[in-house]
Each structure stands twice: as structure tokens, then as C-alpha cells.
Design a protein around this ligand. Structure first.
Ligand code: CTP
Length: 397
């Protein structure tokens, strides 16, 4: 329920600012109080008068407007709302946010706030794809800033591509999710993440290059949509997200036990890079070099956690999602893996070293479901997580 909520809406300088007028109107229809802040560039696209008329309130434009300071200081203004929404969020505003600038009212409010922030980026496709914008986006997402859009399509500048601001209903759905009344509210979702460590002796182990970044991003995106998340994680580089129930394990066998002990889940996502083998003859003490013989490690296969859960006769989560880490023939291998393991969806990715995906910041995935294979453009792991969480929300609603 959005009624009674208060949103501080920062309108940046982009052609999509006209959609912000409609956003104000739709939010007001839902009983939301909207306080607009118009940047200098934003005022080139929409007038203060139209924003003020639609929001039925005073709008704020200048940092050093003493009358405003007497009424409400910028610190107070930044915290009075339940959520700050930046729409359109231009490349420049995103850069200011990522860099922590405070040289006008909008950037100062964004730096001073203790509330959640949702941005709806809007810019030319080249600007969106530019390395600096993508770097700023990753920084902002890492800081917990929520992002809706941008969408792909024809642009006002005549080009085609990603950069169009999300549509008003999409922004309203994202506001709904950000305010905790998310589409996954009350749903229990299990996520496995990170590598597992399989001991060779008390000081050595077999592991893999998984950083846990993708699983962590998924848990974070689901929690942001209101889900109750049980996060079963191996020893990952990335810390677990806030607001989830963390269960730490080391080995594949411990991961299976933790997954089986978790409360019944409506959705289970297996993002962990589970070691395929464990050492049967692991040393109870540190194995010493004796100068002559090399230690022979005897390996045995680990339980397949995904397959075990996906093939359960009773208590199977209604939606089971696996990952497929492949280095060649990605879609063919992943399609076969989906059938073999019995999961509903599989998220396939190419983990060849040259992709830089394993242990990196970005992911390029293909989602394989009953409807076939759908390849998503390469994005940050947070953006992939948000898209997957959105799909899950649609599937369980
Ligand atoms: N998985 C699992 N338990 C295992 C091995 C894998 O739960 N013992 C899960 C992973 O979390 C992932 C999926 O199975 O969701 C596929 O993992 P992947 O490493 O791609 O496949 P493997 O089953 O290990 O097959 P292979 O190494 O032969 O490609």
C-alpha cells in the first residue's frame, strides 16, 4: 500500500522529465505525498509551476535559498520522506552520487539522506554504455541504491538502444518494492552461494574461484523485494547482504545439510559453485612431506545439492533454479544440465577465463526455462540479480 507514504522526487535534466509529471500525478492518485526537487537542468525541461501544480505543494530548487532553510533545512528535507526517487537520473547526477558530490540541492540531499534511494536512469545509449557510467552504476548499486530501468528502445536523440527511462508503472512498482511492500513480501526463498572448501588436511583445501558475488547480489535483490531469504553460503570473498538469514558452511556435505534443515521454501536458487569432489583420505593432521612419496588424494563425488532438492518427491520448492557454469557450448550443456538435474530454470553462464566472469563484477547469462533460452546482455551482477528477482516475482505472483 502506497497510500500515506511520502516521496521526495528529484527531477534531473533529461527529456524524460516530462514522464516525471505523469509520475507525480499517478503517485498522488495513489494517496502518496510527493515533494519535488527540480535541478537546474531539470528546469530546462519542465517548469517549476507544472510540478508544483501537480504535486500541490512547494517545490525545492536551490541549496542556498534562505527562505527554504528557515522553513525546512536541507538535512531535514532529505530525511522527511520515506524514499528518495531520482527520475530522470542523468549520467551527471549518477556521477555526482557515485562521487559523493554536494554542489547543488539535489546532490546535497542525496548525500545527506538516511533513507532509501531509487534511481530511474535516462540518457543516450552511448552515455549509458560508457565505462564511467557503468562504473558509477556498479558503485551506486554496491552502496544499496535501487535502480529501475533503463529500457531499450528508440531515443529522443534518434538513436536506438538502452537508456530510455523506465515507464511510470515500472517506476511505481519499483517504489512499491523499495518501500517494503514488495512483490515477494512474506515469501521464503533459499539461496546457496559462494564456493565450498573441501579439506585435504586441517590447513589445506580444494576450492574454486567463485567470489560469491552473484549469489549475494541475488539474495540482496530478493530481500529488497520483501522476501524472507535463507542464505546458505560457503567461504565467499563478498560479505553476505544485510537483512537475510545467513547460514555459513564450508563443505558441500555441510551445505546439503543446511539446505535440508532450512524452513520450506517457495523458491530455491542454487548459485553456489559447489566442489564436485571431496577428499576421502583427508589428513586428521597436517600432511608432511617425506621427501620420497607424494601424497595420493583419493576423491569421492560430493552430493549434488541442486539435483537432490529438485528431485524430491515431497516438499520440493515449487520453483527450483540452478546455475550452469560452462566454458563451451554453454546453452547446449546448460539445457542438458537442466533436464538431468530436474530444475525448473537454469541460469547459464560462460566461465571461460577470458570472460572475466568468475570472480568478476559482471555476468552474461542465458535463462533457460520451459519457454526456451533467453540471452540477457552482459550486465553487472547486481543488475542480473535484479532482473532475475523480477522474473521470480512474476512467476510466483
Ligand atoms: N550444484 C550443486 N551441488 C553440486 C554441484 C553443483 O548443488 N555438488 C549446483 C550448482 O549450485 C549449480 C548447478 O548445480 O546450480 C550446476 O553446477 P555446475 O558446476 O555448473 O555443474 P556440475 O553439476 O558441477 O556439472 P559439471 O561440473 O560436470 O559441469
Amino acid at each position: 500500500m502506497l497510500a500515506g507514504k511520502h516521496i521526495l522526487l528529484i527531477v534531473g535534466g533529461g527529456i524524460a522529465a516530462f514522464k516525471s509529471l505523469d509520475l507525480v500525478r499517478r503517485l498522488r492518485e495513489k494517496g502518496v505525498q510527493v515533494t519535488p526537487v527540480l535541478t537546474r537542468a531539470g528546469a530546462e525541461f519542465v517548469t517549476p509551476l507544472s510540478l508544483s501544480a501537480l504535486s500541490a505543494t512547494k517545490i525545492y530548487q536551490d541549496l542556498f535559498d534562505l527562505t527554504d532553510e528557515a522553513e525546512m533545512g536541507h538535512i531535514e528535507l532529505s530525511r522527511a520522506a520515506d524514499l528518495i526517487v531520482v527520475a530522470p537520473a542523468t549520467a551527471d547526477l549518477m556521477a555526482k552520487m557515485a562521487g559523493g558530490h554536494a554542489d547543488d540541492l539535489a546532490s546535497t540531499l542525496l548525500l545527506a539522506t538516511d533513507k532509501g534511494v531509487l534511481i530511474a536512469p535516462s540518457m543516450n545509449v552511448r552515455m549509458w554504455e560508457h565505462a564511467s557510467t557503468q562504473r558509477n552504476l556498479a558503485t551506486l548499486q554496491g552502496d544499496g541504491v535501487l535502480v529501475v530501468g533503463p529500457n531499450e528502445g528508440d531515443m529522443a536523440c534518434g538513436e536506438y538502444g538502452s537508456g530510455r527511462m523506465a515507464e511510470v508503472p515500472e517506476i511505481i512498482a519499483a517504489i512499491d518494492a523499495a518501500l517494503g511492500d514488495g512483490p515477494l513480501k512474506g515469501r521464503h526463498i533459499l539461496v546457496t552461494s559462494g564456493p565450498t572448501h573441501e579439506p585435504i588436511d586441517p590447513v589445506r583445501y580444494i576450492a574454486n574461484r567463485s567470489s560469491g558475488a552473484q549469489g549475494t547480489a541475488i539474495a540482496k535483490a530478493l530481500a529488497a523485494m520483501g522476501a524472507d531469504v535463507t542464505f546458505v553460503t560457503g567461504p565467499a570473498d563478498v560479505p553476505p547482504p544485510a537483512g537475510v538469514n545467513v547460514v555459513r558452511i564450508e563443505t558441500a556435505q555441510e551445505m546439503l545439510r543446511a539446505v535440508e534443515a532450512a524452513p520450506p521454501a517457495e523458491v530455491a536458487i542454487f548459485a553456489a559453485a559447489v566442489a564436485d569432489w571431496h577428499v576421502v583420505n583427508a589428513g586428521a593432521q597436517k600432511i608432511k612431506k617425506d621427501g620420497d612419496t607424494l601424497p595420493a588424494l583419493e576423491l569421492a563425488e560430493n552430493p549434488d545439492i541442486l539435483a537432490t532438492i529438485a528431485q524430491k518427491q515431497e516438499g520440493r520448492p515449487p520453483l527450483v533454479i540452478g546455475f550452469a557454469a560452462e566454458t563451451n557450448d554453454v546453452v547446449a550443456h546448460a539445457t542438458a544440465k537442466r533436464a538431468r538435474k530436474g530444475c525448473d530454470w537454469i541460469v547459464a553462464n560462460d566461465v571461460s577465463p577470458e570472460t572475466g566472469i568468475m570472480g568478476g563484477q559482471e555476468n552474461a547469462v542465458t535463462l533457460i526455462t520451459d519457454d526456451g533460452a533467453e540471452t540477457w546482455p552482459r550486465k553487472s551482477k547486481d543488475a542480473v540479480a535484479q532482473k532475475l528477482a523480477q522474473r521470480i516475482a512474476e512467476a510466483v505472483s
